[in-house]
Design a protein around this ligand. Structure first.
Ligand SMILES: O=c1[nH]cnc2c1ncn2[C@@H]1O[C@H](CO)[C@@H](O)[C@H]1O
Length: 365
């Protein structure tokens, strides 16, 4: 694994970047979890940053299920607390500014951060009065204040959860309600290894998203087979695929998605530590994606749990897959083009990148 980014080291790619696949609740600062726990009088099994980090992170390849279990260590600290929810959104933007991100789409499940109006109430919390709707408002506020303070453009994606199809209709309704307040799309996240076929709850929500012009991405083919990717595209009408590594196992599907210029949200470090891909990066499907000039972005996924920054992902693909600055420019332009911004804002973002990359227009790469 590549060395982590430290402040005294130049980043692997020091130009503005676009990140499309990162979970807000997988990107919380450890010191914030400790601080909020203290304020709320919540006892944690660790009381130093180093000790809590040990409990919340995975450093060796595990399974997706084991990885998802890490959220149990700390979600009860943040969920249901208005100040904490807004704070993690604000601090998230601050962290992205430090990583040189110009535009980010951050995702989360509103239900996982609520303690009211959600069935069942997650993380063994006592019932309170923070609903999924209020969670979205708080995150929007934190992101928008962060945007102003740190000069990063931040939008959000609301997640349905694979094992909770009864939440999905509400997720799409929240996407519709807050589409002018920073929410740009719907996602389907969670444990793809447990159940591979999307429940009617998810299908109905995605149908509504199509009907209302809400953008769509789906976690698929991360650990699951190519059939999950096929379903994401053909049934859920996904415009982007979260991960999608196992798509390459179905040649016909892979070719079709290449032809259709499907965007894959690739998370290299994550793919090793969740056991999604061979831990040997020199055998990673991204090498094939690169060779075939597929359309993809590079993303952190859950930097808290992987103890990583965006630079860890860039350094990894540079070291093990031969990525160059030209490759980084090309993939960030692809990311901007695949973003869920309205056309005018997308153009502005692309222009920002072309300028920073000393390119006149997209025909140069
Ligand atoms: O790599 C992943 N694959 C599937 N689900 C994930 C991954 N990372 C995080 N989450 C899930 O998405 C929820 C909302 O942000 C997280 O709480 C976690 O359960």
């Amino acid at each position: 694994m590549a060395e982590h980014c430290t402040n005294d080291r130049q980043p692997t790619f020091s130009k503005p970047k676009v990140e499309l696949h990162v979970h807000l609740d997988g990107a919380i600062r450890i010191d914030t979890i400790l601080d909020v726990a203290k304020q709320r009088g919540i006892l944690l099994p660790a009381d130093t940053v180093a000790a809590l980090k040990g409990l919340c992170t995975v450093s060796e390849p595990a399974t997706l299920t084991e990885f998802l279990g890490k959220f149990n260590q700390y979600m009860h600290v943040i969920a249901g607390d208005r100040k904490a929810i807004k704070r993690i959104a604000y601090e998230f933007v601050e962290a992205k500014a430090k990583e040189g991100v110009a535009y980010v789409e951050v995702r989360y499940s509103p239900h996982f951060l609520a303690n009211s109006g959600v069935e069942p109430i997650p993380w063994d919390q006592k019932e309170g009065d923070v609903t999924p709707d209020e969670v979205v408002r708080l995150v929007n506020e934190g992101l928008s204040e962060g945007e102003k303070a740190f000069k990063v453009k931040a939008r959000s994606i609301l997640c349905c959860m694979r094992h909770m199809p009864n939440w999905s209709m509400e997720v799409v309704e929240l996407c519709k309600k807050y589409r002018n307040d920073g929410v740009v799309a719907i996602d389907l996240a969670g444990d793809e290894s447990m159940n591979c076929v999307a429940y009617p709850g998810h299908r109905n929500a995605y149908e509504e998203a199509v009907k209302c012009g809400i953008h769509r991405t789906v976690h698929a083919g991360e650990v699951g087979p190519p059939s999950v990717v096929k379903e994401a595209v053909d049934v859920l009408k996904a415009e982007r695929i979260g991960h999608g590594y196992h798509t390459v196992e179905d040649q016909a599907l892979y070719r079709r998605l290449l032809e259709n210029n499907m965007h894959f949200e690739i998370c290299p470090v994550s793919s090793k530590l969740t056991g999604a891909c061979d831990p040997d990066f020199t055998k990673h499907p991204l090498i094939k994606f690169k060779k075939d000039k597929a359309n993809y972005s590079l993303n952190t996924d859950d930097p808290l749990i992987f103890n990583s920054t965006l630079d860890t992902d860039y350094a990894t693909v540079q070291k093990y897959m031969g990525f160059t600055d030209e490759d980084f420019k090309r993939l960030n332009i692809n990311a901007a083009q695949a973003s869920f911004l309205p056309e005018k804002e997308k153009k502005d973002l692309l222009n920002l990148l072309y300028n920073a990359y000393d390119m006149v227009d997209s025909t140069e790469l």
